[in-house]
Design a protein around this ligand. Structure first.
Ligand code: IMP
Length: 433
């Protein structure tokens, strides 16, 4: 049985956690494949409300292994804090597996993240400050520390001693106080002791599960427009949160994925800097932010809000071969008189059929909008597509037409039950196999 993949279609915070949580009910393995604790997934289930940064939501399902794959960068302190919170809530952690090939966020990574951001001045990316970019940079430069290194005390101490010496030289140029290698080593030995029982060759666990016909769910983090190659570079994260990137980060081949589900909000948000053609800087934007409580799970920053961008959306659907879309936070639009949908980009009087690579073009995009009438009624208790007001159905249909893909699921509130399955015979939160 092949794997299924859930990914974000915009700039993150699409509500992937809720969709993954519902799908995880049937999965044998739930795998995080990219990013680090820059991600924040809020999960509301009968055990309570949980803000997850690293541990996949499979942890709430007794039948599933929750896997942190090789493509993730792990801050061990954050991981242990998250484990402690879950343990305190009575969640069994025996199904947690951590790839021995995953890289560790080291104490110097957040320091570099912060000083590099400061030095960018007005061009700051608006990172989460968690050291994600520097950790991935070290991975690519082959100067990273991996989970496997925690299993070899001598190697860990040699690596950390050499790295602290070289990192301190650069930190000194930024005027940052030097790190103490002995302290870092001691700290990471202590982490190693607690993490050790969970370390595994996760790519083998995943391949064994697939070979045995068991259900594997890959849980995307961040989102396609934050991708290093296809996002709004350089205002992106430092990983590949696309379908292809998630395969690499889990250790599976693209041919082993049977379906990629894309999660999109019914409007758009972005946190941090960078282009956002449909951004609303007016009272409607403020209204959406307040009504939806659009503040970052990881940093608490207010999110920028805007209309649905179907040009960027269509690009994401094509590049990732998204089979079906979950449209989340639909109820947030309930009280708007009219709703706009961006179906084209113009730059200097010329149409731009897809998102550009050039930064200057991104900044000059004039969105072309279709204006649709709002439905002005509460959708939060609706569970069937036919019961949605006609104007709401029209909005969903226009999104489907513009993206060229079926909307399989509509989220109308935060709880597990507040979902509309548009095709009851093939519900999107059931594992199809
Ligand atoms: P970094 O991943 O911390 O380096 O941040 C790079 C950019 O990605 C910034 O604009 C962040 O706000 C954004 N970002 C990273 N992770 C997330 C996420 O989980 N949701 C939304 N934005 C994110």
């Amino acid at each position: 049985m092949p794997a299924r993949l859930v990914m974000g279609g915009q700039w993150g915070d699409e509500g992937k956690g809720k969709i993954v949580d519902a799908l995880a009910e049937h999965a044998a393995l739930v795998v995080r494949a990219t990013g680090g604790d820059n991600a924040g997934h809020t999960i509301l289930n009968p055990r309570g409300e949980f803000k997850m940064h690293l541990i996949p939501s499979g942890i709430f399902h007794a039948q599933a292994l929750a896997i942190i794959g090789n493509g993730v960068v792990i801050n061990p302190r954050g991981l242990l804090d998250e484990m402690a919170t879950l343990r305190a809530a009575g969640i069994d952690l025996s199904g947690l597996r951590i790839s021995d090939r995953a890289h560790l966020v080291m104490p110097w990574h957040p320091l570099f993240d912060q000083v590099e951001e400061r030095s960018r001045g007005a061009g700051a990316i608006g990172t989460t400050g968690r050291g994600i970019g520097p950790a991935y940079a070290d991975r690519a430069s082959r100067t990273g520390v991996r989970v496997a290194d925690l299993q070899d005390e001598r190697l860990l101490s040699e690596k950390v001693t050499a790295l602290v010496a070289s990192k301190n030289r650069i930190l000194g140029l930024y005027g940052v106080a030097p790190l103490d290698a002995a302290q870092v080593i001691e700290q990471y030995y202590a982490f190693a002791e607690q993490i050790e029982p969970h370390i595994a060759a996760t790519e083998i666990l995943i391949q064994d599960a697939l070979a045995a016909g068991r259900e594997v769910l890959i849980e995307g983090a961040q989102a396609a427009l934050l991708d290093l190659d296809f996002g709004t570079y350089p205002y992106v994260t430092s990983s590949f949160p696309t379908a292809a990137g998630s395969c690499a980060g889990a250790g599976i081949a693209p041919t082993q994925v049977c379906e990629t589900l894309g999660v999109f909000k019914a409007y758009s948000t972005r946190v941090g800097g960078g282009p956002f053609p449909t951004e609303l800087t007016d009272a409607t934007g403020d209204h959406i932010r307040e009504r939806a409580r659009e503040f970052g799970t990881t940093t608490g920053r207010p999110r920028r809000c805007g209309w649905f961008d179907a040009v960027a959306g269509r690009y994401v659907v094509r590049l990732n071969d998204i089979g079906r879309v979950a449209l989340t936070r639909f109820d947030i639009l309930d009280d708007l008189e009219e709703i706009r949908l961006c179906t084209g980009y113009w730059v200097g009087g010329e149409a731009l059929p897809y998102p550009p690579a050039r930064e200057d073009l991104w900044e000059r995009i004039e969105p072309v909008y279709e204006t649709l009438p709002g439905w002005r009624s509460d959708t939060s208790d609706i569970r069937a597509l036919a019961d949605l007001p006609a104007n709401a159905r029209r909005y969903v249909e226009r999104i489907e037409e513009a993206l060229g893909v079926t909307v399989g699921l509509i989220g109308v509130g935060p709880s597990r039950e507040q979902l509309i399955h548009t095709d009851a015979s093939a519900p999107m939160t059931a594992m199809a196999g």
